[in-house]
Design a protein around this ligand. Sequence first.
Ligand SMILES: C[S@@+](CC[C@H](N)C(=O)[O-])C[C@H]1O[C@@H](n2cnc3c(N)ncnc32)[C@H](O)[C@@H]1O
Length: 235
Amino acid sequence: MIICIGAGPGDIGYLPQRSAELIRNADVVAGFNAVVNVVQALIPQSAEVVLMGYRDQVAQLDKVAQLHHAGKKCVVVFMGDIHFSGFQYLERVERACGHPVDTIPGISSAQILASRAKVCFDETTFITFHRRGDLTPFKRHLVHVLEDQRNAIVIPCPWDEARSFMPWHIAAYLLENGIPAQQPVEVWEHLTQAEAQWRGTLAECAHQRFSDMSIMLIRTMNPIPSQIEPPPEAQ
Ligand SMILES: C[S@@+](CC[C@H](N)C(=O)[O-])C[C@H]1O[C@@H](n2cnc3c(N)ncnc32)[C@H](O)[C@@H]1O
């Protein structure tokens, strides 16, 4: 048995009960060091822990797949929710196993941000730059989203100098592509842990620096007016 679960944005209190139960009964718990750390308190002493990082993830997932094929109950732990910026890792798990695997969603940093900043999903688009491959279509899509007067929740890319696309790079790119300098921006760091929050304009964001654990909200300048019924006294 092997199952992938979302561990939530950092605080174990956001882990679904079903996922907690799976970890408590696991023979093997695997994942990136910082993510396994979130669920550490639930891992039984008898379980084997397979830790990995960007460089050795393929080899370590092969090891997990072997344990799974040997009949061990394996749980692979993902940061936040699997379905936002987690699918390439899921693809690696499935490639190592040679078949599709079951998943349990977790609470994403994007959901916590939406809750803190009070934005509704209906009027918001989610984009990640934290992925391998060509980022160009995602960059273009972000410009279109903002031109369409929607909010955007964006996961930046914190990798090496050549590839990194952090909030200040994103802001500079959007300014170059005609998005107004006064567009409101928020950057939230370490949500559910040592939270920090910054608010400003796109122009100001281009000069700010943030840690790798940051997520960005670019608000529309023209929010959709309320479309619910008028209050009773006005009817
Ligand atoms: C590979 S993505 C995974 C996102 C995750 N699947 C989710 O749903 O939150 C990792 C990036 O998400 C963002 N992130 C994850 N957890 C965060 C948190 N607690 N606070 C702020 N940003 C977070 C950071 O930009 C981090 O580098």
